[in-house]
Write a protein of this length. Structure first.
Ligand SMILES: NC(=O)c1ccc[n+]([C@@H]2O[C@H](COP(=O)([O-])OP(=O)(O)OC[C@H]3O[C@@H](n4cnc5c(N)ncnc54)[C@H](OP(=O)(O)O)[C@@H]3O)[C@@H](O)[C@H]2O)c1
Length: 156
């Protein structure tokens, strides 16, 4: 199969690309560094040409709910619309356990993203995973005010 991995250069995306290739499939990576912008839709049509399936592991580095909702709604909305037009047969979204129960700003974006997928014309699967080991390092980099790094009061 030809499988498009949106966010295939990211933390999760790099492992996803390796796993897809190891399973004998052809991979096309959709990310800005590969000339595809999910938010504007630039390059999506060409990137999805001939794709059988799509895995969405794209993300935005933000701790603001408004930015997360805006990104995930636009990016996944454009991706799914282009996937439907390209005749893609299945879309897999990576989501996170507990996003609808924990009032964490980034999770508001993931909840909005799941709703976009659930309304899609393309058959879909949403996989909710728990945090990966890299998450601790990501939080250390992102949750900071000047020289201070904040440790969020959250169970993961
Ligand atoms: N990290 C975890 O512990 C964890 C756990 C469970 C679920 N997840 C989910 O897994 C997904 C990936 O998370 P991650 O931590 O791997 O993210 P990440 O390391 O920040 O990677 C984000 C990816 O998205 C791409 N991207 C960002 N903006 C884009 C745009 N406008 N157009 C196209 N591509 C864009 C980036 O590539 P470019 O910069 O080249 O565009 C990169 O490949 C997210 O949905 C997250 O919620 C993560």
């Amino acid at each position: 199969m030809r499988i498009a991995v949106a966010g295939g250069t990211g933390t999760v995306g790099r492992h996803t690309v390796e796993a897809v290739q190891a399973a004998g499939h052809e991979v096309v990576v959709l990310s800005r560094s590969q000339g595809v912008d999910l938010v504007t839709g630039h390059g999506l049509e060409a990137g999805l040409a001939g794709a059988d399936a799509v895995i969405d592991v794209a993300s935005i580095q933000t701790l603001k709910a408004s930015a997360a909702i805006e990104f995930f709604t636009a990016a996944t909305g454009n991706l799914l619309s282009a996937a439907a037009d390209a005749g893609v047969r299945h879309v897999v979204l990576l989501s996170i356990v507990g996003i609808d129960r924990i009032p964490y700003d980034y999770y508001a974006g993931k909840v909005a993203q799941e709703k976009v997928v659930e309304a899609s014309r393309v058959p879909w699967t949403i996989l909710r995973a728990t945090q990966f080991h890299e998450f601790a390092g990501q939080m250390f980099e992102r949750a900071k005010v000047g020289p201070l790094h904040l440790a969020p009061n959250a169970r993961t």
